[in-house]
Design a protein around this ligand. Structure first.
Ligand code: HEC
Ligand code: HEC
Length: 203
């Protein structure tokens, strides 16, 4: 390899590893909070609810996790949109919010966020999602109605999982539970969609 080419490659790797936008990899809630949100939320700067202050977060959480995620994405008071980091995707913001809300209570702080709960997709759906998805409350696609899922499947399973994580119209972000990891939601969505297809196959 010519020395110039080699130099070019080294430089591009350096640029990429220093955080060039093209190298922006999806991060976990913990990583985002440590790298971006902690700048204000560790000390409580400008009245930011402090990480680990369960009482403060319980108060903010009364709005529901969907509203909190919207505030974090769009900005609120002295908090800039996306915590001032436009590179963060909505999905990453949702993970960071879930991490901060659950830190110190629902989630073991020593474990990285997004370690799945012990429930299977089926158990999650039966214990939580059916509240709305069994009778189609507010237009929720029913667990037994594949025709309701079919047009939604156009966005692909990943798109549906993303909706369940960040919220979608009347569907609350993370089904309203900050303690559910991305993996939990993926398992639950997969179960619901597969389940609905099975129902349709029945005579
Ligand atoms: C520059 C400082 C700053 C940074 C960086 C920052 N925040 Fe905030 N954040 C604040 C302040 C200040 C508030 C309180 C705003 C208010 O209630 O007026 C706040 C409030 C919030 C709330 C509560 C919103 C509500 O509706 O009650 C959430 C959720 C939140 N921040 C998430 C995040 C996330 C996630 C990040 C990192 C991606 C982040 N913040 C980074 C300053 C910051
Ligand atoms: C409070 C009621 C409620 C609960 C609880 C709920 N959902 Fe929903 N969900 C809805 C509604 C309403 C819609 C339809 C929103 C829309 O039009 O996209 C929906 C839509 C969805 C969609 C389709 C989104 C899209 O992009 O088309 C998925 C996937 C989904 N829910 C997954 C889940 C999972 C998984 C759970 C349980 C962990 C759950 N939901 C719990 C109300 C709920």
């Amino acid at each position: 390899m010519q020395i110039q080419t080699r130099l070019k490659i080294t430089v591009s790797i350096l640029v990429l590893s220093l955080g060039g936008t093209s190298a922006w990899a999806e991060k976990t809630g913990r990583e985002i909070v440590e790298q971006t949100c902690a700048a204000c939320h560790a000390s409580g700067k400008d009245g930011a609810p402090k990480i680990g202050d369960v009482a403060a977060w319980t108060q903010h959480s009364k709005k529901g996790i969907t509203k909190l995620t919207e505030s974090a994405i769009g900005g609120i008071g002295k908090m800039p949109a996306h915590g001032g980091q436009p590179n963060l995707s909505d999905l990453e913001m949702s993970r960071a919010v879930a991490f901060m809300v659950s830190f110190g209570k629902a989630v073991d702080p020593n474990k990285p966020y997004a370690s799945p709960t012990s429930m299977t997709g089926e158990q999650l759906v039966q214990s939580h999602c059916v509240t709305c998805h069994s009778d189609g409350k507010e237009g929720a696609p029913r667990v037994d109605d594949f025709n309701a899922w079919k047009p939604r499947l156009q966005k692909g399973m990943d798109g549906l999982v993303k909706s369940a994580i960040t919220g979608h119209k009347a569907m609350p972000a993370r089904s309203g539970m900050a303690s559910l990891s991305d993996t939990d939601l993926k398992n639950a969505v997969t179960y619901m969609v597969v389940q609905s297809a099975t129902y349709k196959a029945k005579p």
